[in-house]
Design a protein around this ligand. Sequence first.
Ligand code: FES
Length: 150
Amino acid sequence: MEEFIAGWTVRHGATRDRLLPLLHAMQEEAGYIDDAWVPTIAKALNLSRADVHGVVTFYHDFRRTAPGRHVVKLCRAESCQARGGAAIEAAAAQRLGVAMGETRADGQVALEPVYCLGLCAIGPNALVDGRPVARIDAAALERIALEVAA
Ligand code: FES
């Protein structure tokens, strides 16, 4: 990742305000921001490691572990919670074999929270590999489990 960071800063700048764009570019490239890369990022942008670590951990969108081959994001915002989101989350964790916020040991699927997809009236909702799925119920959850098993 050192080469990626060096090349990116040559093209886009190495000032402190480049941190968020660099982190987004790294996540797009690698799928996550490894803690081991923080010192290199800090050095490249003349920031402290604490500065970089603070930003990476503050924003939920930055993953700190490699993603699964499939990513299921369940909405945890109010409307979806009021429509049974917590029960769906528990059922999803059991059916997919992975706890919320984690990637299954075989790397096949990650289960992550998301906070409102703008589909509140037809929740509870999910994103399956970036595709919105509305009105998640037991049957929909089973279809998702079969889809991510492939
Ligand atoms: S609260 Fe879940 S989509 Fe808005």
